[in-house]
Ligand binder design. Structure first.
Ligand SMILES: [Fe+2]
Length: 135
């Protein structure tokens, strides 16, 4: 069963960004499935690294459009991205150093962050981007 389900309530009305968000949701579900199946550290580590890499790609896409169109909330939005990257890389370090194991709390943190970020700050740029012709 999927840990988090993407539905239209997640849409930011920009196709490229919706696709990236869907991929992030799928990756969180992969991680949750691997955890439930009791996969080892190596498999989990690979999925976590892929998630981190793809998150960076995704944030770059959003920030590219912020710069391109002069989005007024660029600074505060970028701060949320930076804080999340920091959190996840701290978690990854702890996981790699075997100080923590992947847990339901971590899965909840990842999925809750994604859900609230998309439905909160990301949705704020929908109208702005749409008015600039980005759909
Ligand atoms: Fe964002």
């Amino acid at each position: 069963m999927a840990f988090i389900n993407w539905d239209d309530s997640f849409s930011v009305n920009v196709t490229e960004i919706d696709r990236q968000h869907q991929k992030l949701v799928a990756m969180i579900n992969d991680l949750s499935d691997a955890m439930k199946q009791g996969k080892g550290k190596e498999v989990l580590g690979k999925i976590i690294n892929a998630l981190i890499d793809y998150t960076a790609t995704h944030f770059k896409t959003e920030e590219k459009y912020f710069n391109q169109f002069g989005y007024p909330e660029t600074v505060s939005h970028k701060k949320e991205h930076t804080a999340f990257v920091q959190n996840v890389s701290d978690f990854k370090d702890k996981f790699e150093n075997e100080k923590i194991t992947l847990s339901i709390e971590i899965m909840n943190f990842l999925s809750n962050w994604l859900r609230s970020h998309i439905k909160g700050v990301d949705k704020k740029y929908s109208q702005f981007f749409n008015e600039k012709g980005l759909k």
